[in-house]
Design a protein around this ligand. Sequence first.
Ligand code: SF4
Ligand code: SF4
Length: 296
Amino acid sequence: MSDGQDSPTRDQREQLQEKILTEYPRLGRDDTFQFSCHPGVSCFNKCCGDVNIFLSPYDVLRMKRRLGMSSTAFLDKYTLMPVQKDMKTPVVMLRMNDDHAKSCPHLTDGGCGIYSDRPWPCRMYPLGLAAQKDTADGWRGDRFYFVLQEEECKGFGEGQQWTVQQWLDDQGVDEYDEWGEAFKELTLHKFFEEGGVLSPEKMHMFFTACYDLDKFREFVFGSTLLQRFEMDEDFVEEMRYEDEALLRFAFLWLRFGLFGEPTMKVKEGVLEAFKGSVDKKRLFDRELVKTSEEDA
Ligand code: SF4
Ligand code: SF4
């Protein structure tokens, strides 16, 4: 990791998780808290620096579009990709400026310069979301919200009373949550629970498809990939121009390619091309990764 921005270690993450699970009051959607953040608070903008913000694929999609950049240029300029031993899937973090305050590059005197496209963690604060256990259906099983009160934050105990639901609605979190749930079907897949590890090639495939959408589009439309699957023509056209459609396809394709889920239908005759192989499916998967590597 570079630029003096340190991502939390596994130990730190586990300690915080343990504290949240055992000590923090649990809130449901109808529970209330009091909070107000506005330019008049003495701490205004202070929380937008020296902070670890993990980005989801949908966060990246929204931010790069807002900034009018390609995903490749956005990732290069505004993100860090820490590499840790225990990483199961690629991790992308917002890169802070290299100044004394390690301020967020999107911060302006008037607040967040990309406010309507700010990432999920910035929308959620001061709420956090946790789960006793990650369940097969994402976090729907036994998840709960909690209030995360940072020391320097003066927004508590004044202003408006919110229910959790009102806060989520006000911050536009639901749309992000839907994409988050779809992403967890990849990151919390039972493949990992069962000890599965992605090869460097598959990590690269995962990263490109989820985060570097413009490069993924070049790969999808510049290779033979689409010729191998039964695809709805209208959806293919959407994928050509709409990032959301392409990301939806990326998730389906990864679940098929990495975990062997039946999320895509292979065209008749394609698998026959691999006839004679002891394990046609494995050979086909290898071809997919190879195509991704060559074309992405
Ligand atoms: S993206 Fe916006 S809200 Fe989030 S840390 Fe940066 S300036 Fe603050
Ligand atoms: S520290 Fe709290 S009150 Fe101050 S700007 Fe950040 S969120 Fe708002």
